[in-house]
Design a protein around this ligand. Structure first.
Ligand code: NAD
Length: 342
């Protein structure tokens, strides 16, 4: 029997709706996969907690994260005023040292990808760079943000990038802006060049981040693993998500040595909150990545097959894919498919 404790943080905005759909899928997965038991432990986090607890990540929720095998996290609204609590996602990544953010983007049937044969991963260093969040107003009107890049973190993400690439199409693209950011991006880039010595079968190239945004649109099918620092990786992965059909489809794994958190790439899309309209597939694919992380390959494969089957049929699809189905209807269709698929 494979038993896991899973922290479920529905978040806010569209978070609870897409989380409900993903949980429905996990329920039917447990009926389908012999011996799979998931104990879901719900925790509060996100914008709505700030008034109640003075933080978007209450202590009780941190405790739940510490006691579970993995976390399925919905999107959360981050207030933008100076002094407001930092993003809950960023806090969790730092707290559990989830140094790798893996965001696969693949053309799927029935989704409006720019090309039919895109299959790439954006790998983002997840703990430093500009998202480190250290900003100061030195004197009024003169602000400074720290962009910390270390050799240690760069080498760690470089090794993972090469491992991923060597198990795929053996092509790794390093994204940086070393012509301008010579020190920080120099450290990042050099870590990859050093790691390349241990992976002679992987073809390596490097692209400046501005050129990368253009090439992702022009020739996305030519990429395999794209590795970048924290902020560049965040921006590129939103673009890559749109290139394969939109934010409603793409998920990300946040992985460290001892814990994993899985979430859609999209945010809380407040204008759609409570409307039961958005696409839950990104959140469902996050749960697929979580099953992979837990070593439950059969379960992960079933989720992906069910998503592809529902997309291919094209009968149940949300507005972003040209349909008018509800979030809950897509969740139900994928969940039903899991029970019936070969
Ligand atoms: P967003 O991703 O929430 O939404 C941008 C647009 O993308 C939406 O208006 C909608 O048109 C589309 N979209 C997003 N998710 C979709 C879905 N599932 N189905 C269909 N269409 C979808 O980005 P934003 O508006 O920049 O951010 C809103 C809030 O989310 C902000 O407070 C931001 O800080 C937060 N955010 C949180 C996370 C996270 O929790 N990890 C990530 C990104 C943004």
């Amino acid at each position: 029997m494979s038993k896991y404790k899973i922290a479920v943080l529905p978040g806010d905005g569209i978070g609870p709706e897409v989380t409900d759909a993903a949980v429905k899928v996990l329920d039917s997965l447990q009926e389908r996969v012999k011996g799979l038991r998931l104990e879901l432990i719900y925790g509060e986090a996100g914008f709505n907690c700030i008034e109640k607890y003075g933080t978007n990540l209450p202590e009780e929720t941190i405790q739940i994260l510490k006691e579970t095998d993995a976390c399925l996290k919905g999107p959360m609204t981050t207030p933008e005023e100076a002094g407001a609590p930092p993003s809950a996602a960023v806090t969790i990544r730092k707290m559990f040292n989830l140094y790798a953010n893996i965001r696969p983007c693949k053309s799927l049937p029935g989704a409006p990808a720019l090309k039919p044969n895109i299959d790439l991963i954006v790998l983002r260093e997840n703990t430093e760079g500009l998202y480190f969040g250290e900003e100061f107003e030195v004197t009024p009107g003169y602000g400074v943000a720290l962009r910390v890049i270390t050799r240690e973190a760069s080498e760690r993400i470089a090794r993972l990038a090469f491992k991923l690439a060597s198990n795929r199409k053996k092509h790794l693209t390093i994204v940086h802006k070393r012509n301008i950011l010579r020190v920080t991006d120099g450290i990042f880039r050099d870590a990859f060049i050093k790691a390349a010595e241990d992976f002679p079968d992987v073809h390596v190239d490097e692209v400046h981040v501005d050129a990368m945004t253009m090439r992702l649109i022009k020739e996305p099918e030519r990429f395999d693993v794209i590795a970048a620092t924290n902020m560049f990786g965040d921006i590129i992965s939103d673009e890559a998500a749109q290139v394969v059909g939109g934010l409603g489809l793409v998920a990300g794994a946040n992985i460290g040595d001892n814990y994993g958190m899985f979430e859609p790439v999209h945010g809380s899309a407040p204008k759609y909150a409570g409307l039961n309209r958005v696409n839950p597939i990104a959140m469902i694919m996050a749960s697929k990545m979580m099953m992979e992380y837990l070593g439950e390959e059969e379960a992960a494969e079933l989720i992906e097959k069910a998503v592809i089957a529902v997309l291919r049929e094209g009968k149940v699809r949300t507005y972003d894919l040209g349909g008018s189905s509800k979030t809950s209807e897509v969740g139900e269709a994928i969940s039903k498919k899991i029970s019936s698929i070969d």
